[in-house]
Design a protein around this ligand. Structure first.
Ligand code: AMP
Ligand code: GLY
Length: 440
């Protein structure tokens, strides 16, 4: 069978890498892919990103299954388009993808269905937004409505920061960007919400519209710098499992957040199919609130999660696109997987491209002496010569060096050992990925 993975980040490299391991899969195409998917002989990059063109290509190539990685094509309706032409695709429809693509939609949905989340108000008028912030005080959180690749959120510790964020998001001008917020066109509306305290975890499930299967738990590190300092990013590293998600917290998240969401979407006439990612804030008592929904896998969470998945991902996806997820029991490696993101100079604001990457290990498939339990997933890379020597950076997050080991400490050690052998000018990476899971 032929499989298509849509996207070109580290998440898509990990999904494609895993799908290629299935004995039922003859070819995995990645559109557009990256330098890492170009180097792996089991994968093939397809340079098409336009949805109708990709649909026509998938029909012509008799693609048996399409898996969509990023939020943009989902929000643009790729699933609706593929399904309308009889193609099997795993992901939410455009209507269901609003759980991520519109914060205003997802907050109203949560309110309507009694799903725990931070108190909030939505504003289009800057004067009213400023007045609300003055009334509520700081700390307070200001979020642009619309997709902003995890960078449209300002956790304002002072009133001044909150006012500046509102000013920028509601009255944007190219010259006024005091906070360095990544603004996009969706930001003409802001959600202002209560600041929540606790520990975050990524709670990701698969749904076929009705049945739900939880993936292994994980935790991301959103801030650029060690100790969770510096600006928010798309994610600087992740590990799985996340000890903060105890069996009790897991049961509570399923009962209070995931199932009411899936049933709520059914009730509202927009059943959810695909990966659903609830960003949880877990307080000291183990109570969870939903920080956000994503209608896709997390990046970089996917990289450690795929390293731990023992089940055949192709079989799982076929079940998930046939309404048969109730017949699937996912099998996980009991070990810990941990991924360290190596980002480009200037990330997240102005990532530099074109830096030559040296020290990449050969692929295990090419050189079996290379350990199987350390995998360098590529994200913003391009390969010019068809081998690991000709890879250059081409985006903000460049690589995710991921290792599997019997403890968090050991996985951390192995991932950093591999990361230290890799070099490109201006490379930035956190030195403390996994610190919350390591007991002092
Ligand atoms: P989001 O894109 O909504 O997940 O927000 C990005 C990051 O901002 C989250 O991962 C949190 O670290 C932080 N954040 C978002 N909302 C809140 C909140 N209500 N309280 C505290 N931190 C938040
Ligand atoms: N790692 C955060 C995200 O994928 O949104």
């Amino acid at each position: 069978m032929k499989v298509l993975v849509v996207g070109g980040g580290g998440r898509e490299h990990a999904l494609a890498w895993k799908l290629a391991q299935s004995s039922k899969v003859q070819a995995v195409y990645v559109a557009p892919g990256n330098g890492g998917t170009a180097l792996d002989a089991r994968l093939e990059n397809i340079n098409i990103t336009d949805i109708p063109a990709l649909r026509d290509w998938a029909i012509a190539e008799k693609i048996a299954l399409t898996v969509v990685g990023p939020e943009q094509p989902l929000a643009a309706g790729i699933v609706d388009e593929f399904r309308a032409h009889g193609l099997r695709v795993f992901g939410p429809t455009q209507a269901a993808a609003q759980l991520e693509s519109s914060k205003a939609f997802s907050k109203a949905f949560m309110k309507r269905h009694g799903i725990p989340t931070a108190d909030y108000e939505t504003f289009t008028d800057a004067v009213a937004a400023h007045a609300y912030v003055d009334e509520k005080g700081a700390p307070i959180v200001v979020k642009a409505d619309g997709l902003a690749a995890g960078k449209g959120v300002v956790v304002a510790l002072t009133l001044h920061e909150a006012h500046e964020a509102i000013e920028f998001m509601l009255a944007p001008s190219p010259d006024f960007n005091p906070l360095g917020v990544q603004h996009n066109a969706g930001g003409a509306r802001v959600v202002i919400e209560e600041f929540l305290q606790g520990e975050e975890a990524s709670f990701i499930i698969m749904c076929d519209g009705k049945n739900v299967t939880a993936l292994a738990t994980s935790q991301d590190h959103k801030r650029l710098l060690d100790g969770d300092q510096g600006p928010n990013t798309g994610g600087m590293g992740a590990y799985s499992p996340a000890p903060v998600v105890t069996p009790d917290v897991h049961a509570r998240a399923m009962r209070e957040i995931i199932m009411p969401t899936i049933r709520g979407m059914e009730k509202d006439g927009i059943p959810f199919t695909g990966f659903l990612y609830a960003g949880l804030m877990i307080d000291a008592q183990g109570k969870c609130k939903t920080l956000e929904f994503n209608c896709r896998m997390g990046d970089p969470e996917t990289q450690p999660i795929m390293l731990r998945l023992k089940s055949d991902l192709f079989d799982v996806m076929m079940a998930a696109t046939s309404g048969k997820l109730d017949q699937v029991e996912l099998e996980w490696d009991r070990r810990v997987a941990l991924g360290v993101v190596m980002a480009a100079h200037g990330y997240p604001l102005n990532p530099r491209k074109g830096d030559l990457i040296t020290g990449l290990p050969p692929l295990h498939a090419v050189d079996p002496s290379v350990p199987e339990d350390v995998v360098v997933f590529h994200a913003g890379t391009a390969s010019s010569q068809g081998d690991v020597k000709g890879v250059v950076s081409s985006g903000g997050r460049v690589l995710c060096v991921t290792a599997l080991a019997s403890s968090v400490k050991e996985a951390q050690h192995r991932a950093y050992e591999a990361a230290q052998a890799i070099h490109f000018d201006g490379a930035q990476y956190r030195k403390d990925i996994g610190y919350r899971a390591i007991k002092p």
